[in-house]
Design a protein around this ligand. Structure first.
Ligand code: XMP
Length: 329
């Protein structure tokens, strides 16, 4: 629409004004819509002086990494560095079952990997050794986040952060936040305007720690593959039923430490349960369990138990928030 064209043009102009020819920028892509739209806007403004970095922690859902590597790049022409850190994350998570511990490990490893990428991409600009070049960090901060944090920093504040080890003590960069006047709906429309893939633009919220907090128990490659297969089926059927945009989020959870007895063909099985957690919500602060049609639930259940060998039972979470949270961990 006319307004969206305007927003895109205005933002691109504002980014050009802020960055000018003073330096180079980096943008971390999470796989979600906010970082993708922020990156696409900055790419329009400064081209290949922007480098996007995607840390593949091995905890994404089926097809998500490819969506960034292939579809996002095709749509934007952005320069992308993918850091394959699956082994590192799974190594750090080995033997860990406690949810908070998992979150801490994933967060810590993520910062370490991303900071190393910042230094690789931005070089002396971010370490402060080259005072003539400014390092810009692009972030997909939305208007509600700005309000929540009491106004926060302006778009051109110089920030520095202390890294978690192994790198220069202090990395310096200027923040670029092209979405800070926008609401989520507007970000999606801007994303469409920029030609980003629909799957990406309309993606449900997905937690930073990814599937790492959707496996109850230890996170292993084998369990991740089981969960990815089940999750892909649930999302596929939700979309096929045309209900994708009626649902706020649809976590699919693997009970990794639980097994139950089942029967399949002429054999007894002893597999893991999968829990479906479709919810409706306005803002994730409260949520209600989604009343998905029985036929959709039936299709998901039948397909998961038929197609995913290690799963022999599918359960539906009918708890609202509160008292339940949306995620299981
Ligand atoms: P809960 O489970 O607390 O989740 O009801 C509320 C919303 O936050 C998301 N969530 C996260 N998002 N990093 C994120 O970026 C996280 O560590 C995280 N934990 C929960 C969750 O998916 C839901 O939308």
């Amino acid at each position: 629409t006319w307004t969206m064209v305007n927003i895109v043009e205005e933002q691109v102009e504002a980014i050009r004004e802020q960055i000018g020819d003073r330096g180079k920028a980096i943008c971390g892509l999470s796989g979600g819509v906010d970082s993708a739209v922020a990156a696409a806007l900055v790419q329009r403004a400064i081209g290949d002086r922007l480098t996007c970095v995607y840390v593949d922690h091995g905890l994404m859902r089926q097809g998500e990494t490819e969506q960034i590597e292939r579809d996002f790049v095709a749509a934007t022409g952005a320069d992308l560095v993918v850091v394959d850190a699956e082994e590192r994350f799974l190594g750090a998570l080995a033997g860990v079952s406690d949810p908070e511990e998992k979150r801490k490990i994933i967060g810590r490893e993520f910062i370490r990997v991303f900071e190393a990428a910042e230094v690789d991409v931005l070089g002396d600009a971010v370490t402060g050794e080259d005072a003539d070049t400014v390092a810009f960090l692009v972030q997909g901060t939305l208007y509600p986040d700005v309000v929540e944090s009491g106004g926060g920093a302006g778009t051109s504040t110089i920030k520095s952060h202390h890294n978690v080890g192994g790198l220069p003590d202090d990395l310096r960069f200027e923040l670029v936040e092209p979405l800070r006047t926008l609401f989520k709906d507007e970000v999606r429309l801007v994303g469409e305007q920029l030609g980003l893939p629909a799957d990406l633009v309309w993606r449900h919220p997905f937690p930073g720690p990814g599937l790492g907090i959707r496996i109850v128990g230890e996170v292993t490659k084998e369990r991740l593959d089981i969960l990815r297969a089940a999750d892909a089926i649930a999302r596929e059927e939700l979309t096929a039923a045309g209900l994708d945009r009626d649902i706020w989020q649809f976590p699919v959870v693997l009970l990794g430490d639980v097994r139950s007895v089942g029967v399949q063909g002429d054999g007894r099985t002893y597999g893991h349960p999968i829990v479906l957690r479709p919810v409706t919500s306005e803002d994730a602060m409260t949520a209600d369990w989604a009343r998905l049609p029985y036929e959709v639930l039936e299709k998901i259940s039948t397909r998961i138990t038929n197609e995913v060998d290690e799963v022999n039972r599918v359960a539906l979470d009918i708890t609202s928030k509160p008292p339940g949270t949306i995620e299981w961990e």
